[in-house]
Design a binder for this molecule. Sequence first.
Ligand code: ATP
Ligand code: MG
Length: 250
Amino acid sequence: MVVIAVTGKGGTGKTAVAALLVRYISEKTSKVLAVDADPDSNLPDALGVEVERTLGDVRELFQVSRDSLHDKSSWLEGKIFETIHEFENFDLLVMGRPEGEGCYCFVNNLLRGILKKFMRHYDYVIVDCEAGLEHFSRKTIESADYIIVVTDTSRKGLKTARKIKELAKELELNFREIFLVGNKVAGDEAKRVIKDFAKKENFVLLELLPYDERVVELDLKGEPIVNLPETSEFARRVRFIAEVLTGWGE
Ligand SMILES: Nc1ncnc2c1ncn2[C@@H]1O[C@H](COP(=O)(O)OP(=O)(O)OP(=O)(O)O)[C@@H](O)[C@H]1O
Ligand SMILES: [Mg+2]
C-alpha cells in the first residue's frame, strides 16, 4: 500500500490534483482509495460522485450511543465499512466534520486502528488534505509515503509549502519523499520563482502545472474536474505525476 497525501495552502489546487491522480491511478489498478480529509469536503464533487455518510457522522453516532454498544470495536468497524463508498474505479472515504466538544480520544484511537486495517486492502490511498498540516499533526493519517505540496506562485503559498516541509521533518513523519508541485503557473517569470524556491528549500520539484482556462470553465459549469479532456496540458501533466508516483512511466 502506498499513501499519497496532497497538501498545501488553501485554494492552490490540492483537490484538483488529488482528483485527477485518483482518476489516472485508478485506470491502472482497481484498488484505489480516495480520502477526503478536508472538513470543508469537496473531493466528491471533483470526482463527480456523491456520498451519504462521513467518518465524522460515525464518530458522532458513536459518542451518543457508546454506552449501549456491546462490542464497540466491531460496531465501529461495521460503520466504517458502510462509510467507504464503492464506485466503479475507486473507493471513497470522506472524513467529514471535525469533532464537537467533549473527549474523542477513545473513539479516535479505535478509529485509527480500524482505518489502518482497512487501508491495507488498497494498492494506493490518495488523500486530499485540509489546508496546512492539521491532519499530520493530529496523526489522523499516521504516515504518508509521498507528500505532495501544491503551491501557486504567491508568497503565502510558498511560505506554507516551506512550513509544511519543516513540520513534516519536525514530526519525524515516516515519508519516502516530499515533493513540490507548482500550480496555476503562467509565464517564465512564475516558473523561475518556483524553481528558485524549490532549489533554495531543497524541495524535489515534481511538476509545474499551467493555469488552465478549462479548469475554470468546468468549475463555473459545476462539472467535475475529472471531465477535463486529455488535450488539457494540466491533465497531461497530472497524468505524468501519477506515472512518476506509481513507477509505471519508467
Ligand atoms: N491550473 C489551474 N488553472 C486554473 N484554475 C485552477 C487551476 N487549479 C485549480 N484551479 C481553480 O482554483 C480553485 C481552487 O482549486 P482547488 O479547489 O483544487 O484548490 P484546493 O487547494 O483544494 O482548495 P481548498 O484549500 O479550498 O480545498 C478552483 O476554483 C479551481 O477550479
Ligand atoms: Mg480542496
